[in-house]
Design a protein around this ligand. Structure first.
Ligand code: A3P
Ligand code: MG
Ligand code: MG
Length: 381
């Protein structure tokens, strides 16, 4: 299938004849002052239950419950994050590619909130926070490339990730140790999250990675307005600012550091990803658990998202948050320049591999749509 088969289609499909320009990703190309970024505001939320079914409510929001004495350093930890790996673990099926499904379901059900200025969805971009995190980290990423598929529909650009061949291979060849490490991140959440604001965590619960609470927010980066959704680990019931996203908390685990070298690499690689992920949604606090080689949590530490850049500033070989945001700004501008065909059947596929520029190909009548037909119909009514 391609262009020109149906002559009536040709005038509508303005596909560029020359390949679109590429975009440089090296940090030196994106230095400068920090661009304008507005603290995102929450427009709504939704939940995914244990069967991965969508609910337009906050039923899967959980509440932070820190162990008594954490702040004084007196908490007795030693949590075994491997407990339940064999018998109390339900894993989401990663072969099922959801794309933007749940986010678009939310948009469909709340389209009244987004209609303005003569547009069905009055936003330049719609995407998952995880996709934007990958964009932010790109100038410093040396291991994993990405593929981002983009469609322009009624004036809004929808960005959805596609799994690369390398990441498919990595996923299929995951070792048992890697599986355990993944499990441990979720198990950590069981130790710190309760189902109600005054409840207690239930560390022996079944870990089911189908479940999620997702916030949907409006944001702005320079001239780009966007609607973004991301999974939120929990809410701090005692937060000094009770309005979302300021009351939300991100939970993270990392290996205990036992040498200056390990500490440096924690700052250079982990904190980069932690900062990008939480900064994008305006989540101010990260509670980190450090695990020993046996998989037990030996210490907890709070990181204020806004203070993370200062922790890495002294290291010249580390990362600069302005570079991340300037690159994101440049990439979104690049998308606006390249993706000018407003048609849900046309997909612009942006690909990137470490050390190379971002390139783009066009699928004129794609088999892998970013914006599914049900969404096109729902919004056209
Ligand atoms: P850790 O981040 O503590 O390792 P999130 O931190 O984003 O809320 O994700 C929760 C957990 O899901 C992670 O805990 C990790 O165990 C797992 N996880 C998330 N993204 C992953 C990825 N790309 N690869 C492997 N595991 C991942
Ligand atoms: Mg999470
Ligand atoms: Mg987390």
């Amino acid at each position: 299938r391609g262009l020109g088969q149906d002559p009536s289609d040709s005038p509508r499909l303005k596909i560029p004849h020359v390949s679109p320009p590429s975009l440089k990703t090296h940090p030196s190309c994106h230095q400068g002052s920090f661009p304008f970024y507005r603290l995102p505001s929450e427009l709504g939320f939704f939940s995914l239950d244990e069967k991965r079914c969508y609910h337009g409510d906050g039923r899967r929001l959980r509440y932070l419950s820190l162990p008594v004495g954490m702040d004084s350093g007196g908490a007795s930890l030693g949590w075994d994050l491997m407990d339940g790996f064999e018998d109390r673990y339900v894993r989401r099926n990663e072969d099922e590619k959801e794309g933007l499904l749940h986010l678009l379901t939310w948009v469909k059900e709340n389209r009244g909130l987004l209609r303005a200025n003569g547009r069905l969805v009055d936003r330049d971009f719609v995407s998952w926070r995880g996709h934007l995190t990958k964009i932010l980290c790109t100038p410093y990423e040396t291991q994993e490339g990405w593929i981002l598929a983009v469609t322009l529909f009624k004036g809004t650009l929808y960005i959805s990730e596609r799994e690369t061949a390398a990441s498919y291979k990595r996923r299929k060849e995951r070792t048992r140790e890697q599986e355990k490490l993944m499990y441990s991140g979720y198990k950590f959440e069981s130790h710190l999250c309760a189902d109600s604001p005054d409840g207690s965590p239930c560390p022996s619960e079944v870990v089911n990675t189908n479940e999620a609470f997702c916030s949907v927010l409006l944001g702005r980066l320079a001239s780009h307005s966007f609607l973004v959704s991301g999974e939120v680990d929990c809410k701090d019931p005692s937060s000094s600012n009770p309005s979302p996203p300021s009351c939300y908390v991100e939970l993270k685990t990392s290996a205990q550091m036992r040498s200056p070298h390990q500490e440096r690499s924690f700052h250079r690689y982990k904190l980069l990803k932690w900062w990008c992920q939480s900064f994008l949604l305006g989540i101010p606090l990260i509670v980190a658990g450090f695990r020993n080689p046996q998989g037990r949590i030996v210490s907890l530490e709070k990181f204020r998202t806004s203070a993370i850049p200062q922790l890495v500033r002294g290291d010249r070989q580390s990362w600069d948050p302005a570079v991340c945001m300037n690159f994101c700004n440049a990439f979104l501008s690049h998308i606006k320049k390249v993706v000018t065909t407003d048609d849900p059947r046309v997909v612009f596929v942006f690909s990137w591999e470490p050390g190379q520029d971002v390139t783009c190909t066009v699928e004129a009548d794609s088999d892998h749509l970013v914006v599914p037909e049900w969404y096109v119909q729902a919004l056209s009514q």
